[in-house]
Unconditional design. Structure first.
Lengths: 611, 312
């Protein structure tokens, strides 16, 4: 007979253990609730087209691509003027051979998001993927709107493109002198001519590496199957209605780099405090709603359905930000205000080949200057732009490399008396007594102004008409479809046309190129051709960012002001609002969104909405 | 009836040919060049030519027309020029949201307008009749856009009775949460003109001899109005409703863009903005076909409403 035994003892031990665990768990309180997912909701103010980085060019599709894909380089979140920093490349390559070659070394261990196209294996990003993306931009089948990024600069690539146009097949496997995949992680690019702004191309989502097998697997449906290495992946897409991004589980994560943060600025200090020590991305899910109507977009934010609003509609500025300050109700709700000058310029351009308004003779320049000074820009900014714009004195917007804050010129100021004097002086007078000025030879003078329907086009046309009538010049406004406006501008069938340009990269060169003679008429559709300007532009291309290059930019701007091919109208100053539970939000001049750096406090949102 | 149907269906063919020709001329000669829109910020002539070739717009016009005819009869309009999605897929995903809003609008509007019109026709000349006529005149004088802007702000934002905008993948959620405000606005706007029109139909019937005879026979007013007047007025009402039926499939683009409803109306606007001709052509041609078929259906329904109608 035994009293107890190993079996009984072990049962007692187990029971005591269970009891102990139960006590401990009771002491520890109820089981911890699963962390509440961080879901950010906001709207785009226009619709997207798709998410194949090499096939899109609109702002909002590109913005989503920037979240899903990673480019070799990127723009630092804090640095102003904007500055290039490494993306998936280990460093920003130094120019070699006087700006004729660049070598990218990719970080090893970066993986694409999982996708059936990879057959269940993890797929590492390699230099071949970066080379493939560059070639895709020049494959005619892709109709890549950013094909021009690599046009006439990488030896051998244009030849591949031209062959593909003839044969219908782009030879991706043929090696060319301009693109060399040195090893698994090294890509060397050689240029035909020196170019110190070349690297900016590699911060655009359009040059983001893509996996060839994914493109092959989805064929014509690559717009809806983006597979990148970025912090987010596309979870759901209802075209022009809803875009849902979720955190990419394969993303390696990163911490905020504060190297270029200026802690004397409250916005930088706040962002650093909100993101310090966190592994990014913090958001679990992002829901984006393209809403092109102003009222629903504004009300969605005001009702709290959306956490932030980008580019506050002009018609609601007076309600939300009267006199440039937050409305009391919004201030009480802790809403944060940011006003950021857009990296774009709005202008009206003269056709320099036009026999009446074009040309470089003194009387033609006088006419253009008179028309420029007759247009009431201050009124346009105050009334049409609701005060949400700055008057430009040069073509380079603030915050970009080459912007000169000291530049002030009276050449673009509103001065109708001076305009009248100029016209009188150079013989643009009313010769036939009909009340309208005529050309110096006596032929009637009538300015044809072309604008595209939509937006503020009609109001600007009316203001042009009214402004010129005041100096006795007749203007006829012609409203056309956007595509017709493009066609007529490229074909030179206009006298004066509305125009705008948004920066592709944050360097003044991107704007000054619009007036470089050899770029006419494709890029330079005002057809401005001035040998002195062209010479300065070519000199600037050979220089890295430096005081000497800034001097050349200033000199080009001065020539532009003197010969007056543009009436510069506005640098748009957009307002961005966000609720206090959105953390880390700081509008970047070049990125539409930078979701990687955003965080959200769902508990704060819940509390605010309960109140 | 079979012969009548065959004849009417046969007549659809020349009408459809006319529609195809008109749409083709409009888009090819009046519309802008899509290649310029798709070529990006810095287009070069070779790229524009390449895009034209890919889209087929560099072909002679008779070949483009033949391709268009083939597309109509194979129901295959290819891919959207702006998003590269299949046009059929675009249309199929858009039709549901449009119908989710437009069918309730049509049903409620018809029911309300017929009921109220019958009532005010019966009370012709009374204060109620005059008040309703005054209100409908005021309602018709205000733009639909104003209704949307005011009620979205008032009912959606200020009073928070409805969501300001939105849409879901779930039909029930849409019907109970997102569609009620657009439907309410759609009904508010469309009921006034219908009510006035139907009232005139009813008044025409009330003045007829058979109504006087029915009353002389001692029939109750309910029976006179509901059995005789309503039934006889149904033919013009059916015609009016029938004319509006194809509109169900296009929806109200204003409602769709203001309430973020991913329907066909919004799609048409976005496609026009982007010169996305395959989508616009598909919607235009199918809508024309639908209009013709609905007209035929309405003609057939006349006989159901009034057995005296015969098909010849």
């Amino acid at each position: 007979m035994t009293y107890g035994g190993p079996g009984r003892r072990s049962r007692i031990v187990v029971r005591m253990g269970i009891l102990l665990l139960a006590c401990l768990s009771h002491l520890a309180g109820p089981p911890a609730a699963a962390a509440e997912p961080k879901v950010l909701r906001f709207a785009f103010r226009s619709v997207e087209t798709g998410f194949d980085p090499q096939r899109v060019d609109d702002v909002y599709s590109s913005a989503v691509c920037s979240e899903i894909f990673e480019s070799l380089l990127e723009f630092d979140y804090f640095a102003r003027p904007v500055r290039l920093v490494p993306g998936v490349a280990e460093s920003v390559p130094a120019p070699e051979d006087g700006g004729r070659a660049y070598t990218f070394r990719l970080k090893p261990g970066i993986y694409f998001a999982d996708d059936p196209a990879f057959g269940g294996k993890r797929r590492e990003l390699t230099a071949a993927d970066a080379a493939y993306a560059i070639k895709r931009l020049r494959d005619p089948r892709n109709r890549a709107p950013y094909s021009w990024l690599f046009q006439n600069n990488l030896p051998g690539l244009d030849e591949l493109h031209d062959e593909a146009l003839k044969t219908g097949k782009f030879d991706y496997d043929r090696s060319i002198p301009g693109i060399e995949v040195v090893d698994r992680y090294t890509l060397r690019l050689r240029l035909k001519d020196p170019d110190y702004t070349f690297l900016y191309r590699f911060a655009l989502p359009q040059t983001s590496p893509v996996a060839r097998e994914v493109i092959a697997a989805y064929g014509e449906d690559t717009m809806s199957h983006p597979v990148g290495t970025g912090a987010f992946r596309l979870a759901e897409w209802t075209r022009r209605q809803k875009i849902v991004l979720v955190k990419n589980p394969d993303y390696r994560g990163r911490v905020v780099d504060t190297t270029f943060a200026d802690l004397s600025l409250p916005a930088h200090r706040r962002v650093v405090e909100e993101l310090q020590g966190k592994t990014l991305p913090q958001l679990d899910r992002v829901e984006i709603y393209p809403i092109d109507q102003e009222q629903p977009r504004f009300l969605a934010f005001m009702s709290g359905a959306h956490d932030l609003i980008q580019e506050l509609p002009l018609s609601f500025v007076a309600e939300a930000v009267p006199q440039g300050r937050l409305a009391p109700a919004l201030e009480a709700a802790g809403v944060r205000l940011q006003q950021v000058v857009d990296a774009s310029v709005w202008y009206a351009q003269f056709n320099m080949d036009d026999p009446v308004v074009g040309g470089y003779a003194a009387e033609r320049v006088a006419l253009r200057r008179a028309l420029i000074q007759a247009f009431d820009r201050g009124l346009a900014i105050e009334v049409l732009e609701k005060g949400q714009a700055l008057p430009p004195y040069g073509p380079i917007p603030p915050g970009l490399v080459g912007y000169d804050p000291t530049l002030v010129s009276d050449q673009q100021d509103y001065d109708p008396a001076r305009a009248i004097a100029l016209l009188d002086l150079y013989g643009w007078v009313d010769a036939d007594g009909d009340g309208w000025r005529d050309q110096p030879g006596g032929a009637p003078l009538k300015i044809d102004y072309m604008f595209s329907v939509g937006g503020l086009g009609r109001q600007y046309a009316a203001l042009w008409e009214r402004s010129l009538r005041r100096i006795g010049v007749r203007l006829e406004a012609r409203s056309v479809q956007f595509s017709d406006q493009l066609r007529d501008r490229k074909a030179g069938k206009y006298m004066l046309s509305a125009a705008a340009w948004t920066a592709d990269w944050p360097d003044g060169q991107n704007f000054l190129a619009l007036l470089y003679g050899p770029n006419a008429p494709d890029l330079n559709d005002s057809r401005f051709r001035l040998p002195e300007y062209d010479r300065l532009y070519e000199q600037a291309l050979l220089l890295p960012d430096s005081p000497e290059r800034d001097r050349l930019y200033r000199e080009m701007t001065r020539l532009m002001l003197v010969y007056a091919p543009w009436r510069m109208l506005a640098f748009r100053n957009w307002t961005y609002l966000s609720y206090p539970w959105v953390l880390g939000y700081m509008k970047h001049p070049m990125y539409q969104t930078r979701l990687l750096y955003l965080d959200l406090d769902p508990a704060a949102r819940r509390r605010a909405q309960a109140d | 009836m079979g012969a009548y149907l065959a004849r009417r269906l046969w007549q659809i063919i020349p009408t459809l040919a006319g529609v195809i020709l008109l749409v083709f001329i409009l888009f090819n000669w009046v519309g802008g060049d899509p290649a310029l829109v798709l070529a990006g910020k810095v287009p070069d002539p070779a790229q524009i030519e390449n895009i034209r070739r890919q889209l087929g717009v560099d072909q002679p016009w008779w070949i483009q027309l033949w391709i268009f005819v083939q597309q109509v009869f194979t129901f295959d309009f290819g891919r959207s020029w702006s998003t590269n999605q299949l046009v059929s897929e675009v249309l199929l995903t858009r039709i549901g949201p449009t119908l989710t809003v437009m069918v309730p609008i049509l049903l409620l509007e018809t029911l309300l307008a017929v009921t109220l019109a019958l009532l005010v026709a019966y009370l012709r000349g009374s204060l109620t009749d005059r008040a309703v006529m005054f209100l409908t005149t005021v309602a018709m004088s205000i733009s639909f856009l104003v209704y949307i802007i005011v009620f979205q702000w008032l009912l959606g934002f200020k009073l928070a009775w409805f969501p300001v905008q939105g849409w879901s993948d779930d039909l029930w959620t849409n019907l109970t949460r997102y569609a009620p405000l657009p439907v309410l606005l759609g009904v508010l706007v469309s009921v006034a003109p219908s009510l006035r029109l139907y009232r005139s139909f009813f008044l025409d019937e009330i003045g007829q001899d058979y109504v006087r005879t029915a009353r002389a026979k001692g029939l109750t007013e309910n029976r006179v109005m509901l059995r005789h007047v309503l039934r006889n007025a149904m033919i013009p009402i059916l015609t009016y409703v029938g004319i509006g039926l194809p509109g169900l499939f296009v929806g109200s683009f204003l409602l769709e863009i203001f309430f973020s409803i991913p329907g066909l109306g919004r799609e048409v606007i976005e496609s026009v903005n982007r010169s996305d001709f395959p989508v616009i052509k598909a919607i235009t041609v199918y809508l024309a076909m639908l209009t013709m078929l609905v007209n035929l259906l309405v003609d057939v329904l006349y006989r159901v409403a009034d057995p005296r109608v015969s098909f010849k």
